[in-house]
Design a protein. Structure first.
Length: 241
C-alpha cells in the first residue's frame, strides 16, 4: 500500500499542473522542470490520466492555489529554478513538519525573528505580484523592463528570506567548505573586472532617465555582488586566523 508521501507528491503535482497550465497558460516544459517531472507527465496530469485520483493529504485548496500562484509568478519571470525550490520547500514542510514552538525556543531561536522574516516575505511577494501586474499595462519596453526587474528582485529577496528561515528553524550548519570559498574567491576576481566598466558613465549622448536608471542599476548590482563576495571571503578569513 502506498505511503502518505507516495500519494501526496503526485497528487500535489497533478493539482499544481492543472492550475499552472490551464489557469496561468504556462508552457508544459517549464511546469515540468519546476515540478521535477517530464513534460509527458504534465500532459497526463492535465488530461486527468495521472495523479488526480490520489488524495492531497489534507492540503487545502487555498494552500494549493497560493502555492500555484507563487510558482506561476516565478516561472513567468524566468525563475524556473526558484519555482522548483518553492515546490521542494513546500513538500519538505509537509513531510518534515516544523519543530514545535517550545523546541525552537529551547534552541535559542527568537520566534519574533522568524515572524519578522515571514512578514517581509509577504511584502516582497506582494511587491513582485504588483510589479508584474503593472508591467503588463506599461506601454514602452523599457518601462516593462524596469517593472519586471523590480518583480524579479522582490522574488529573489523572498527566496533568500525563505531559505534563511529554513536554516534557522532547522539549526543547519552554514559553514563554508574550502571548495565553496575557492568558488566564491574566483567569482570575486571576475566581478572585480566587471565592476571596472561603469555603464552609466558610457557617453550615449542625451540619455533618457529610464535608460540611465537601467544602466545604473546594472552598475549597482555589480557593486552589490562585489561587496557580498568580499564580506563572505573576509569574514571566513578572520575565522580561519
Amino acid at each position: 500500500m502506498p505511503s502518505r508521501v507516495e500519494q501526496l507528491v503526485p497528487a500535489l503535482r497533478a493539482a499544481l499542473a492543472v492550475r499552472l497550465v490551464d489557469k496561468y497558460g504556462l508552457k508544459k516544459s517549464h511546469v515540468a522542470k519546476a515540478l521535477g517531472v517530464s513534460p509527458a507527465a504534465i500532459t497526463q496530469y492535465v488530461a486527468g490520466s495521472r495523479g488526480v485520483r490520489l488524495s492531497t493529504g489534507g492540503i487545502s485548496v487555498v494552500e494549493i492555489d497560493a502555492l500555484a500562484d507563487r510558482i506561476a509568478r516565478k516561472i513567468s519571470l524566468g525563475m524556473i529554478d526558484s519555482a522548483s525550490t518553492e515546490f521542494t520547500v513546500f513538500l519538505n514542510q509537509l513531510i518534515a513538519p516544523r519543530m514545535p514552538q517550545e523546541f525552537r525556543a529551547g534552541a535559542g531561536i527568537d520566534t519574533s525573528v522568524i515572524k519578522s522574516l515571514m512578514d517581509r516575505i509577504t511584502l516582497e511577494e506582494e511587491a513582485a505580484k504588483r510589479a508584474l501586474e503593472l508591467s503588463t499595462s506599461a506601454n514602452s519596453q523599457l518601462s516593462k523592463m524596469v517593472l519586471k526587474q523590480m518583480a524579479v528582485d522582490s522574488m529573489r529577496h523572498a527566496d533568500i528570506l525563505a531559505t534563511l528561515i529554513h536554516i534557522i528553524e532547522n539549526n543547519e550548519d552554514v559553514s563554508l567548505t574550502k571548495d565553496d570559498l575557492a568558488l566564491i574567491a574566483e567569482m570575486s576576481r571576475f566581478e572585480s573586472k566587471a565592476e571596472e566598466q561603469r555603464l552609466a558613465e558610457i557617453p550615449l549622448g542625451e540619455m533618457k532617465p529610464v535608460i540611465k536608471a537601467l544602466l545604473t542599476s546594472i552598475d549597482m548590482d555589480e557593486e552589490k555582488h562585489e561587496m557580498l563576495l568580499k564580506i563572505i571571503v573576509g569574514e571566513e578569513d578572520k575565522l580561519g586566523d
